[in-house]
Write a protein that binds this ligand. Structure first.
Ligand code: SAM
Ligand code: DTB
Ligand code: SF4
Length: 336
């Protein structure tokens, strides 16, 4: 039997009510999720964002999944903050390849004011290219979020990563409440929130449901919700985590779709290990965006040519933006 779709506007979610979504027969869940998707989003469209690591490695935090933590020996080479020209060249290339949004990530616990000065120049310059801007820099204070907003920042990415109960076995150097405080500072500054989590870190189904309930009960819930499938990196404590069942991953996307009908769900890290068929199921479940470009921050993403071919194979179009910009992006994508 179908569980009736209710949005945050009418009823808060809790882990048990999200769990009941997961427990439906797979095809019922998938069908319901696609109906919710089509009621709130254009069918057959995918939003494309390109990522760039502007400052890599040697991070003071101990996130168990992350190759950039200085607590783990992953052999990653540390880099200084990238020069503005390098960032702009990457953004221009991403735009030419058809990306609508450019996301810049730094391996920081939180930025200093001086570091923020440099990032602000990057945000303003990328925005001037006509792209949407997103950054992920760790924890922010209210004044810092306002400075980013004034520079033209559209989205701030800061993930809850997992449920409050499971969180302590993944990260010890900052609390769940720290993350909620940053999200509040971002929201209060008028920046759109990009916030999601990771599947496949050894969490239970109830804990996956707990993450979705937390996200859905943010008021308002995030505009953008990345769902990452753990990339198991050698040298991290989660290098040997057992992969999550494929249908369970699709169920997670579907449950997020139903609990947050208007959010754009991003099928994020972990796509290199997914077949085209698996990705098609994720789009069916309500994923409406992907990271587009050969690299995520430090790990591989499907080659752009492969993604162009996948989109053509599934008849998916590029989402968003004004008509002219969208047409340019379409043109960039036809060279399959
Ligand atoms: N340092 C900043 C922070 O933690 O907010 C920004 C960068 S951090 C790499 C951004 C997000 O990437 C993390 O919150 C996590 O959800 C995701 N991530 C990092 N490593 C990952 C991995 N190995 N697999 C899947 N997702 C990962
Ligand atoms: C998010 O949720 N996923 C992206 C983005 N936000 C910044 C990052 C994924 C990182 C995967 C591991 C890496 O490439 O270092
Ligand atoms: Fe640092 Fe962010 Fe990686 Fe955690 S996820 S170790 S904060 S870069």
């Amino acid at each position: 039997m179908f569980v009736t779709a209710v949005s945050r506007e009418t009823q808060p979610w809790n882990p048990s009510s999200v769990l009941r979504l997961f427990e439906q027969p797979f095809l019922d869940l998938l069908s319901q999720a696609q109906q919710v998707h089509r009621a709130h989003h254009p069918a057959n469209e995918v939003q494309l964002s390109t990522l760039l690591s502007i400052k890599t490695g040697a991070c003071s935090e101990d996130c168990a999944y992350c190759p950039q933590s200085r607590h783990h020996d992953t052999g990653l080479e540390e880099s200084r903050l990238a020069p503005l020209e390098t960032v702009l060249a990457a953004a221009r290339a991403a735009r030419e390849q058809g990306a609508q949004r450019f996301c810049m990530g730094a391996a920081w616990r939180s930025p200093t004011e001086r570091q923020l000065d440099d990032v602000i120049d990057m945000v303003a310059a990328v925005k001037a290219l006509g792209m949407e801007t997103c950054v992920t820099l760790g924890m922010l204070k209210a004044g810092q979020a306002e400075r980013l907003r004034n520079a033209g920042l559209d989205y701030y990415n800061h993930n809850l990563d997992t449920s409050p109960e499971f969180y302590g076995s993944i990260i010890t150097t900052r609390t769940y409440q720290d993350r909620l405080d940053t999200l509040e500072a971002v929201r209060d500054a008028g920046i759109k929130v990009c916030c999601g989590g990771i599947v496949g870190m050894g969490e239970s189904r109830r804990e996956r449901a707990g993450l979705i309930a937390q996200l859905a009960n943010l008021d308002p819930y995030p505009e953008s919700v990345p769902i990452n499938n753990l990339v198991r990196v050698a040298g991290t404590p989660l290098a040997d985590a057992p992969p999550v069942d494929e249908f369970e991953f699709v169920r997670t996307i579907a449950a997020a779709r139903i609990a947050m009908p208007r959010a754009v769900l991003r099928l994020s890290a972990g796509r290199t290990e997914m077949s085209d068929t698996m990705q098609a199921l994720c789009f069916m479940a309500g994923a409406g965006s992907i990271f587009y470009g050969d690299e995520l921050l430090t790990t591989a993403n499907p080659q752009q040519e492969k993604d162009k071919a996948l989109m053509a194979r599934l008849g998916l179009k590029v989402m968003g933006g004004d008509t002219e910009a969208a047409a340019e992006r379409e043109a960039a994508l036809v060279s399959v």
